[in-house]
Design a protein around this ligand. Structure first.
Ligand code: DC
Length: 231
């Protein structure tokens, strides 16, 4: 039974992309590539090297030198994958507040995106089954992806989920930070957050993770039926 070789999964922060992608990757044997983690790793490397975030040229040169690798993880410690930066496990370090603050500026540098996108496309070409998570996968990185999905939810719903994830009771700060990132991610000039016209749009406001996963499984089965490979 053939699966869609490449699945593009886009959406704003807190829309549940990683949870859903991890479930699908685990059940069906996909490689999960969370592209946001790669932008975070470049940001971490820049902060460690003392490269000013405003210095695009040095950021691009740095991105070119980094070796980034992603490995599956079981999620029990909150990590749905492990990210290696030059062989070092930085899965926790890329979640720091300093990285969180700077990452959307790094992600706005076209040359950094070009370097990372080339790596993402290589992964999609060389791995048999890839589910790639991000903001511009269906529109820019893999416009020919076999299946494109866009997850969405209202800012307050996403903030509540994020708050629960990181154990914050007062959601106002979480929502403020999410709104700022939404704005930066969707209004930047290069590869802004946008649903591809041919993406399956899933409104997750009233759905829990299991329901979204079931919906995505249904889309995969429908793809298999269309391609004559459902059992
Ligand atoms: O998904 P995340 O929160 O880990 O993403 C970190 C940052 O990287 C966020 O500001 C959006 C940006 N990003 C991007 O511009 N393009 C992607 N394909 C993935 C993430």
């Amino acid at each position: 039974m053939t699966l869609p070789p490449t699945i593009a999964l886009d959406g704003p922060a807190g829309s549940g992309k990683t949870t859903v992608a991890h479930a699908i990757a685990t059940q069906l044997g996909y490689l999960l590539v969370d592209t946001g983690a790669f932008y975070r790793a470049v940001t971490l490397a820049a902060l460690r090297a003392g490269v000013p975030i405003s210095d695009s040229e040095t950021l691009i040169a740095l991105a070119e030198q980094l070796q980034l690798e992603t490995l599956w993880a079981d999620g029990t410690d909150g990590n749905f994958y492990r990210l290696l930066l030059n062989g070092e496990d930085v899965s926790e370090a890329i979640r720091s507040a300093a990285v969180e603050d700077a990452v959307s500026q790094v992600a706005a540098v076209r040359g950094v995106r070009d370097v990372l996108n080339a790596g993402f496309r290589r992964l999609a070409e060389t791995q048999p089954f890839v589910i790639m998570v991000g903001r511009d996968i269906g529109t820019v990185v893999l416009p020919e992806a076999d299946l494109k999905i866009y997850l969405d939810a209202a800012p307050e719903v996403r903030a509540a989920r994020r708050g629960q994830q990181i154990g914050v009771a007062d959601q106002r700060d979480v929502q403020r930070a999410l709104s700022q990132r939404d704005q930066r991610d969707s209004q930047r000039a290069v590869a802004p957050l946008r649903a591809a016209p041919d993406a399956h749009y899933i409104d997750t406001n009233r759905l829990d993770a299991q329901a979204v996963i079931a919906h995505v499984q249904g889309l995969i089965t429908a793809w298999q039926v269309r391609h004559g490979s459902a059992t």
